[in-house]
Design a protein around this ligand. Structure first.
Ligand code: HEM
Length: 395
């Protein structure tokens, strides 16, 4: 997109679904930060877009003026609003909804899944070995998180195509096509209600069984609460991490020097992953403004939405030195890819483990991979950004 052409519209007409924004949003956000740090659009019934770190932080930490009852910007709000605790919960209920999930996502709990994640990566790589080319997103990245989270929740990994279709309909296509959201929500609800009924009869060592037995104030969770949380974990666990793995592969396919550096110093991979999470943070959430307030000098009106672009905050040069440069050995890196405040990501240990393992295994198998000649790389739009088509030469 010609960012100059976009500037006059920042006060009332930005469009986060514009193909140029989807392909390369960073110069647009840089221009916004300089010229209109809290941009606005009349589209989607009115949405604000803060691009400075400090403003994103202020909103994420303010639950008095902003509600999580709507966390996705859509052409039309779904009826009824989906309930996916804890991400759609506000205080005071949020604390208990979140607390019950924390034990399943501690570093110790997650380290148990590392051998499984490694085996999944090796199996996917074995299928590609001997090929000249592959699609890094479709043949590799997208399969890793879905297998792990299916295992954790206790749903069949064979249903992965179904899960990915729901995600696309809920978070991408459904932004402008409300009927797809209604359809995917219903299908997902019926699916989990059915699996849950079976699990009630035959318990297993999985998160679903845990949620069926856990109590808040001595009371069991309602079926709607359990199904809503399972849906959230499935959605949050899949395309976020798949996007982060894909963006990391894209970076290494297009920056041979960084790839060579990681090959000669594999111990640097976890540091590089933090930098990929900063520079290509996949998740932009949203809030509903519930009480008039001011952010960065700009009045925000109740009833409108405000986006929480953690990816734009991560590129703010007032917080990150040479913010637009990807430095895989960056030491001072307090990025906000996993959010801020009470809703900060519960799955960050799991995501980090999966991304690190995915890159370690990939680099060991395909040290000389690069972007295929004339490759057309496509990116998802909306809440989660990552490559969906990533043609690679395997070397
Ligand atoms: C690279 C991968 C990931 C990124 C970048 C990411 C990012 C985020 C962000 C930005 C939030 C804050 C949402 C808000 O403020 O409204 C969040 C919340 C959350 N994430 Fe993640 N996430 C990732 C992976 C995961 C995984 C693997 C899981 C596990 C299934 C997960 C589960 C959750 C949950 C349950 C919440 C809601 C927490 C709450 O509301 O208290 N995420 N994530």
């Amino acid at each position: 997109m010609d960012t100059n052409a976009m500037q006059p519209d920042l006060d009332n007409d930005f469009d986060h679904l514009d193909p140029a924004w989807v392909a390369d949003p960073y110069p647009i956000w840089d221009a916004m930060r300089l010229n209109c740090p809290v941009a606005h659009t009349n589209k989607f019934h009115g949405v604000y877009f803060p691009s400075r770190y400090e403003d994103v932080r202020a909103i994420a930490c303010d639950t008095e003026h902003f509600s999580s009852r709507r966390v996705v910007v859509r052409a039309e709000p779904p009826e009824p609003l989906p309930i996916n605790p804890p991400i759609t919960s506000d205080p005071p209920a949020h604390r208990a909804h979140r607390k019950l999930l924390l034990p399943a996502f501690t570093p110790d709990a997650i380290s148990r899944y590392e051998p499984h994640a490694r085996a999944v990566c090796q199996e996917l790589i074995a299928r590609l070995t001997g090929n000249e080319q592959c699609d890094g997103a479709a043949d590799y990245a997208q399969h890793i998180p879905v297998r792990i989270i299916a295992h954790m929740l206790g749903v069949p990994a064979e249903d992965a195509d179904l899960f990915r279709r729901w995600i696309r309909e809920l978070l991408d296509l459904g932004i402008t096509e409300p009927h797809l959201v209604a359809q995917a929500t219903q299908e997902m609800h019926d699916y989990f209600a059915q699996v849950m009924a079976k699990r009630r009869k035959v318990p297993a060592d999985d998160l679903m069984t845990y949620l069926l037995h856990v109590r808040i104030d001595a009371q069991p969770l309602s079926d709607d609460h359990i199904v809503g949380t399972l849906e959230l974990l499935l959605i949050a666990g899949i395309d976020t991490t798949w996007s982060a793995i894909g963006s990391s592969l894209w970076h290494l396919a297009t920056h041979a020097q960084d790839r060579h550096r990681l090959l000669s110093a594999p111990g640097l991979i976890p540091t590089a992953v933090e930098e990929f999470l900063r520079a290509y943070a996949p998740v932009t959430m949203a809030r509903e403004v519930i009480k008039e307030t001011t952010v960065g000098g700009c009045p925000l009106h109740a009833g409108q939405m405000v986006m929480l672009p953690f990816p734009a905050a991560n590129r703010d040069p007032s917080v990150f030195e040479q913010a637009d440069r990807v430095a895989i050995d960056r030491q001072n890196n307090r990025h906000v890819a996993f959010g801020l405040g009470i809703h900060r990501c519960i799955g960050s240990n799991l995501a980090r483990m999966e991304i690190v393992v995915a890159l370690q295994e990939w680099l060991a198998a395909f040290p000389e991979f690069e972007l295929a000649p004339d490759a057309v790389v496509t990116w998802s739009r909306g809440t989660v950004r990552g490559p969906r088509q990533l043609p690679l030469l395997l070397g």
